[in-house]
Ligand binder design. Structure first.
Ligand code: ADP
Length: 645
């Protein structure tokens, strides 16, 4: 494996942006001051193929996630690991046995040649142990990393599949914990834990067998006196530390969630003077985490030294009982020596197994949480025989659509609506009436509980999500810019777009002058590290993004953020270009926007309560007319006050 960056990473390939764009990653390129050096380095780089990642809209592995189902495909590798473990353990536990031979066959009879030969065998056993250990650690380490890579991609892919509602309900901090602590717990388990558990269990079994073979009386003393004490202590430790670790995991999740909230809400926190309150709250959360850690540390502090004490008592008793047996001539000095050595080797595995059992439990707990996450159903399921949606004209029909995020409480009830190809159709109505919900059903973010959504006569459930969403552009209320260059952000929906296409899209929405003003043109990074754009400019960038892939239908959640007059004029001009000749569904928050639409639907009480052109609705004197009257009088007041002032 070379030292080059993996393909598709932010640093991959010369002209990183082109490569990133090609692999679909919107990340920023190399900072301009480093570019020359990086390009020089890259000349000596071998080509790395783009990673082969497949994304399915349906989970390709529907079985529940458990350690067993996860490890099953890697049975062969696990067998190799097991063989290495056996060789390593047998070589290690042979030590005291060889020592016994050395004492009884070499030292006691005074045969130096035998002693030499036995010493060489001892040396060989240690070499074998070391080599097998090295191979085992390298092998399971690599295996563990590979498993974790797969798991991370699997979880992330699943997150891409989940209903959007999931992200509002589940705190992002908790999701981060799933991806960090829980996956780390599994990493430890796979890399070391499971194999160590096997090593220690095998060691324990071999030693118990040898102890009994060496002398049943001494073995009985050990097993009856020492093991029960050790076992009792261990049981207590297990339950106490299980409880402790569960608390630690919950508390760290709380810390992460609080941190996430504190960081993302920092503006509101500052504005509402909640900084002190927040610090106090965070201190409490962190304090609870500290207490949980304190508890597990205390439990560990009792357990470790106590088991050592039991071990020493065991040694003393064996010295007495075994010494007596040697004096009586019932066992050899070599037997006693080997026995004592085995005894020292006996306690470590018991302790280790308990620790590892903890790790195993943590791994199981993590697996259970991941199982829940991976078991969360996808929002919409693509049919196995889904067809490609042919190029559409952009006619949209809702037929008897009933839908609720909670099926028991429908947001839309038996809604019929027809939007003609090429028309600009505005949805107005009170907040929470279901305007966005109509838009989400058209883009198939959700499926209705009953009724159908048709695009050019095709039921959206019959066509592939890719071909459907490829022809419907969504412009959200608050455009999200990804960490990356202006080009990456504009070409987000069509990463293979040429520079000329990107420039044309920028020109169409009127940000070409902005791009020209930037130090690096299209390569100028936006977001984070880069230049900060005004909210009007961000809007325009989002419009360019949609314009670039020329969808037939545009769903537009009108920005309510107060743009200055100049930006607003620019955004409106850009919208005229973007919507020209396309079907547009506009969630209109301002009636001035609705006024310009071809037709308007007023959404309320779970359905369309009024439908028509602006003029028709005003004349009809219904709800829209009332809204318009209020709006017009406000507008009038503003005019009077601005001319008066
Ligand atoms: P509008 O766009 O007209 O303001 P929405 O379509 O966003 O209204 O919401 C309609 C109703 O559905 C509201 O009562 C809202 O609280 C609820 N709602 C919206 N999104 C979700 C969601 N992801 N999960 C549960 N309820 C939701």
């Amino acid at each position: 494996m070379g030292w080059g960056p993996p393909a598709g990473s932010p640093f991959a390939g010369a002209g990183a942006n082109a490569t990133n764009a090609a692999s679909g990653l919107p990340f920023a390129g190399i900072p301009s001051e480093l570019r020359e050096r990086v390009e020089r380095e890259l000349e000596h780089e071998p080509e790395h193929p783009a990673p082969e990642v497949e994304f399915h809209h349906v989970d390709p592995d529907p079985r529940p996630f458990t350690l067993r189902t996860f490890l099953q495909p890697h049975l062969g590798a696990l067998v190799v690991a097991a063989v290495l473990v056996i060789v390593e353990t047998v070589a290690l536990t042979a030590g005291p046995f060889i020592t016994r031979l050395a004492i009884d066959e070499g030292i006691t009879p005074g045969e130096f040649d035998t002693l030499l030969a036995i010493s060489l065998v001892y040396l060989a056993s240690i070499v074998v142990n070391a080599l097998a250990g090295r191979a085992r650690i390298a092998f399971t380490g690599t295996l563990g990393e590979r498993l974790m890579e797969q798991l991370r991609i699997r979880v992330f892919s699943h997150l891409q599949r989940l209903p959007l509602g999931f992200y509002t309900e589940e705190k992002a901090g908790r999701l981060m914990t799933r991806m960090t602590s829980d996956i780390d717990a599994l990493t430890q388990l796979f890399q070391e834990g499971l194999v160590q558990l096997a090593v220690q269990a095998l060691t324990l079994a071999i030693i118990t067998g040898v102890l009994i073979a060496l002398d049943p009386l001494m073995a009985a003393v050990t097993l009856l006196l020492v093991v029960p004490a050790m076992f009792g202590l261990t049981l207590w430790f297990r339950s106490a530390s299980d409880r402790g670790y569960a608390a630690v995991r919950d508390r760290i999740a709380d810390v992460m969630a609080d941190l996430q909230e504190g960081l993302s809400g920092v503006r509101i926190i500052t504005a509402h003077n909640r900084r002190r309150h927040n610090v106090v709250h965070h201190r409490n959360v962190v304090g609870a985490y500290r207490d949980a850690n304190d508890y597990t540390a205390k439990v560990g502090a009792i357990y470790g030294p106590s088991t050592e004490a039991i071990g020493v008592v065991g040694q003393a008793v064996i010295l007495l009982v075994g010494g007596r047996l040697v004096l009586d001539g019932r066992i050899s000095l070599g037997d006693l020596f080997a026995f004592t050595l085995y005894l020292t080797m006996f306690f470590a595995p018991i302790q280790q197994i308990v620790q590892l059992y903890n790790q195993y439990q943590q791994g199981q707990a993590a697996a259970a949480k991941l199982r829940d996450l991976l078991g969360t159903p996808s929002a919409v399921v693509e049919r196995a025989d889904a067809r490609e949606l042919p190029p559409i004209a952009g006619g949209i029909v809702l037929e008897g659509v009933t839908f609720g995020y909670d099926p028991a409480a429908p947001v839309l009830r038996d809604v019929d609506l027809e939007i003609r190809p090429g028309e600009t159709f505005a949805l107005v109505g009170p907040t929470g009436a279901g305007k966005s919900t109509v838009a989400k059903l058209v883009t198939r973010f959700y499926d209705p509980q009953s009724g159908r959504v048709l695009v050019d006569g095709h039921d959206v459930r019959d066509v592939t999500l890719r071909s459907l969403r490829g022809q419907i552009g969504v412009v959200p209320q608050e455009p999200f810019l990804f960490h990356g260059s202006i080009r990456d952000n504009v070409a987000f929906g069509r990463p293979d777009a040429s520079d000329d296409d990107v420039r044309e899209a920028c020109r169409a929405v009127g940000i070409d002058d902005l791009v020209d003003r930037m130090p690096d043109g299209l390569d100028t990074p936006c977001h984070e590290r880069g230049v900060s754009l005004s909210s009007g400019e961000r809007q325009l960038l989002a419009l360019a993004r949609t314009f670039l892939y020329r969808p037939r239908v545009v769903v537009l959640d009108e920005a309510t953020s107060n743009l200055d007059l100049q930006s607003e004029t620019k955004v409106e001009a850009a919208l005229d270009v973007l919507l020209d000749g396309r079907t547009a569904i506009v969630i209109a928050h301002r009636l001035s926007t609705a006024q310009r639409a071809d037709r308007i639907a007023v959404i309320d009480d779970g359905g369309v309560v009024e439908l028509g052109t602006h003029d028709e609705l005003v004349v009809a004197g219904g709800r829209y007319a009332a809204m318009w009257a209020t709006y017009a009088s406000h507008l009038g007041e503003e005019r009077t006050s601005s001319t008066g002032g």
